[in-house]
Design a protein around this ligand. Structure first.
Ligand code: SPV
Ligand code: MG
Length: 433
């Protein structure tokens, strides 16, 4: 019996997949390599279904003999392992970004006289359309919540963008760029206390209450399916924090980040920085434990934000706190800095790596914005948050338009700064088909 190898991500199974499997089964015993979350996330968005579900589905398709994991986009490691007589793939990969992967399959098969068989691509099936249909259906709180953990496991670094209303949520949800065949997009949203407060015309001092913050959150939940990290400020009193945890978890938020500040909370990037006290380790650890005990599931993450580099308490204090907060049950650590260079963040990362027990590490490079995602990932950072950029870019644009109308005593001149009326009216499609 000959061996036939097929690779697929198998997230949305359609008749094109079945056709390939049928063709392959005519040639011999079919082994399917299902791409792991990590392999898929290396070039496009994380699959909707987790690896185990995708594997089980493919195992139950008629004509499939065996399913194995394909851990890279590249076929070679699996081909070398099973040395198939045939590889079957639709002929749509002869051109475009996949042409290189195809060539390496041809070269590798040649080593044992294997053959590449390329049935005609099944026309009329658009994965993009199927993807959009799934987005329209939406998500559930449980699926959304679990997605952050899956992303952290699958990606070198998880990329999060601030959102402060339904529209900015839509931007974070949908915007992408393609570079060298790789699709880059944001993995989720940050519900910043700064931008949520400022868009309500309030300072970032915990004066926007939880009900109001949750109202913003609901607008974002309605327009998006990606995971959400909620900025919980100081978390308030431990007795109050447990209710915040319950509410966020119920809504399908993936994580809350609370910072070890006490007294009137001020934004960490304020230049004066005076008067902000850092909580003591025991008190804040207790708040983390209370939050952990309040959770209903293991999936909701409580991330402890360390402010030692902001208050001037220093590196040693920051690492001592990281250890203590992890012992108290923190599911992640965020280390913050307001320096214009990333040096102190890198120094923390080096020391953090040496701890014998660590959890995912989060950073917010607002002031040290020259740092690249690749540098951060190399230092072991798991999540990067672009915490305020949509609002910071929107406000000056709106101010310019307002000033131009005033200066011109009419709106004509400001038109050049605006999107067309047609575009704004049709920006959000009518739900009725
Ligand atoms: C926020 O976005 O509200 C934050 C990050 O907490 S920072 O503004 O840097 O404090
Ligand atoms: Mg904040």
């Amino acid at each position: 019996m000959k061996t036939v190898y097929i690779a697929m991500s198998a997230d949305i199974i359609h008749t094109g997949h079945l056709n390939i499997i049928q063709q392959a089964a005519k040639l011999g015993e079919v082994v399917v390599g299902v791409l792991t979350d990590e392999a898929v996330a290396s070039y496009k968005r994380l699959p909707f279904l987790c690896f185990q579900d995708r594997k089980t589905i493919v195992e139950n398709i008629v004509g499939v003999s065996k399913v194995i994991a394909q851990e890279t986009l590249d076929y070679i490691p699996n081909l070398e392992k099973i040395k198939p007589d045939y590889v079957v793939h639709g002929d749509d990969w002869k051109v475009g970004v996949q042409a290189k992967v195809r060539q390496s399959v041809v070269d590798t098969l040649a080593k044992w006289n294997g053959e590449l068989v390329e049935p005609k691509y099944t026309p009329g099936i658009s994965s993009t359309k199927l993807n959009n249909a799934i987005r329209e259906i939406g998500t559930t709180p449980e699926i959304r919540m679990k997605r952050l953990g899956r992303l952290i496991n699958a990606k070198k670094i998880v990329r999060i963008l601030e959102a402060h209303n339904g529209l900015s949520g839509l931007i974070a949800e949908n915007v992408f760029v393609e570079k060298n065949g790789v699709k880059y997009e944001f993995d989720g949203m940050w519900l910043s206390s700064l931008t949520d407060s400022i868009s309500k015309g309030k300072p970032d001092i915990e004066c926007v209450d939880l009900t109001s913050r949750i109202s913003t959150l609901n607008h974002i939940l309605e327009t998006t399916t990606k995971p959400i990290i909620y900025d919980g400020d100081s978390g308030g009193l431990a007795e109050h924090f447990v209710f915040m945890v319950r509410s966020l978890e119920r809504l399908g938020v993936s994580a809350v980040i609370i910072e070890d500040k006490i007294g009137l909370k001020k934004n960490s990037l304020l230049n004066t920085g005076q008067g902000q006290l850092q909580d003591d380790i025991e008190h804040f650890s207790d708040k983390i434990s209370c939050g952990k005990n309040a959770r209903v599931t293991d999936d909701f993450m409580i991330i402890a934000r360390i402010e030692s580099l902001i208050t001037g308490a220093g590196q040693k204090d920051a690492i001592t706190r990281a250890k203590a907060y992890i012992d108290a049950g923190a599911d992640g650590i965020m280390i913050h800095s307001k320096k214009s260079e990333p040096d102190e963040i890198f120094e923390f990362c080096r020391d953090y790596e040496k701890l014998n027990k660590t959890v995912p590490l989060v950073v917010v490079p607002s002031t040290y914005c020259q740092v690249t995602e690749e540098q951060l990932a190399d230092f072991g950072v798991n999540v990067v948050i672009y915490a305020n950029h949509l609002l910071r870019s929107a406000y000056p644009a709106m101010m310019n338009t307002a000033k131009l109308i005033l200066a011109s005593q009419r709106a004509k001149e400001a038109e050049q700064l605006c999107m067309s009326i047609k575009d704004i009216v049709t920006l959000i499609p009518n739900g009725v088909k």
